[in-house]
Design a binder for this molecule. Structure first.
Ligand SMILES: *Cc1c(COP(=O)(O)O)cnc(C)c1O
Length: 375
């Protein structure tokens, strides 16, 4: 039987050779390769600066710190996201306030506005599964209310909003390079920013808040004694990861355009099924199709879980829709939330296989099986 996995990372000998070169160079932690990756990354997304980190979770944590989010503050975010979105708010002692999402999986700006209180400090939007949220609407709201906007763009590398890449529209945009995302360094993250003071502070915070970094001390002809003006973190990316990232970035446009072709085949095949809602682009946006999620309507012939089982029995791997934080044990009981839309979308959606390169026959097989159980 044909077996179609949910995702496969696109890694080749270029990445292996780049990693090997770094290993043999004798300098493996954060150094010149990290600096080079940051430069090409910032150029790619169109920001002034980029700061490489160990993950998107650590990127989000440092974003909270430089945004000045403190104990007792509130940050508005979706519950329907990977749980790291919510966790990073708790790391700084603040309270996540969950707002509703729409059927395109992104935050509803009106619901966000209704949840603003005197304690609100920031709004954390998520470009869920790569689909850009309406950034300008959130920027306008944040400016009007004096709030800081943070973008969780973990899934959105290569996606575009109004003709520009995600990463170029606001001052704290966090990306992930986990293998489940479309550009991977094994694990890793990045913050794109165009504000110089954020850039400088992020660079020190990620390295124990050390006043002089290792590389500068290493290359100095004079003895340098470093200082630690505030409590920092070890959230560094290694040069091995950065070398892989540089090679991945060269392939990114190809990966995105090929993913979009597979997504278009799914859309063409499924658009007439009236019991599902497809992840289509609304407005002037372009998604990287980090995942292809279908949302079952009430008239669907099968339940979400039954459909997942039937597809698995026929060799098609799927994953449940995006999780919700407020119903996880880590958060349940803590806050009382009424999020009917969030729960409905999370419980009735599933992710279909999408990766590059994906054999035509595998795409055909997924299409055939989905149609079989939904029509
Ligand atoms: C994957 C993901 C994260 C976490 O990224 P890591 O690099 O694994 O820390 C955060 N937010 C969202 C929306 C994600 O999809």
């Amino acid at each position: 039987m044909r077996k179609v996995p949910i995702a496969v990372p696109y890694l080749g000998k270029e990445e292996a050779e780049a990693a090997s070169e770094v290993i043999l160079s004798g300098w493996v932690t954060q150094g010149t390769k990290v600096a080079e990756f940051e430069k090409v990354f910032a150029d790619y997304v169109g920001s002034n600066y980029a700061v490489a980190l160990s993950s998107c979770t650590t990127a989000l944590h440092l974003s909270m710190i430089v945004a000045g989010v403190n104990e007792g503050d509130e940050v508005i975010c979706p519950s329907m996201s990977y749980i790291a979105t919510t966790n990073c708010i708790k790391y700084v002692g603040a309270k996540p306030v969950f707002a509703e999402v729409n059927e395109h999986y992104n935050l509803d700006v009106k619901d966000v506005e209704s949840k603003i209180s005197s304690k609100t400090k920031a709004v954390l939007i998520v470009h869920q599964i790569g689909m850009p949220a309406d950034i300008d609407a959130f920027k306008e709201l944040c400016e009007r209310k004096g709030l800081i906007l943070i973008e969780d763009a973990a899934c959105a590398i290569g996606s575009e909003y109004k003709g520009r890449k995600i990463g170029s529209h606001s001052d704290l945009v966090c990306f992930s390079f986990h293998p489940r995302k479309i550009l991977t360094t094994g694990d890793g993250g990045m913050i794109a920013t165009s504000k110089e003071h954020f850039y400088n502070r992020l660079k020190t915070l990620r390295q124990h808040s050390m006043s002089i970094n290792d590389r500068v001390r290493h290359e100095s002809k004079k003895v340098i004694i470093e200082e630690y003006p505030e409590i920092g973190y070890n959230y560094r990316m290694t040069d091995i990861q950065a070398a892989i990232g540089i090679e991945q970035l060269k392939k990114l446009d190809l990966i995105v355009s090929e993913r979009r072709k597979v997504a278009q085949r799914y859309i063409n095949a499924f658009q007439y099924i009236d019991s599902i809602i497809l992840p289509i682009e609304v407005g002037d946006i372009k998604t990287n199709y980090q995942s292809f999620s279908i949302l079952l309507k009430e008239n669907a012939l099968v339940s979400r879980n039954d459909l997942m089982q039937k597809l698995l029995d026929n060799g098609v791997s799927t994953r449940r829709g995006i999780m919700t934080s407020h119903r996880e044990k880590a958060y349940s009981g803590e806050y009382d939330y009424n999020l009917p839309l969030t729960e409905k979308i999370s419980d009735n959606s599933l992710l279909l296989p999408l990766y590059f390169p994906m054999a035509e026959k595998d795409v055909d097989h997924v299409i055939k099986m989905v149609k079989k159980f939904l029509i």
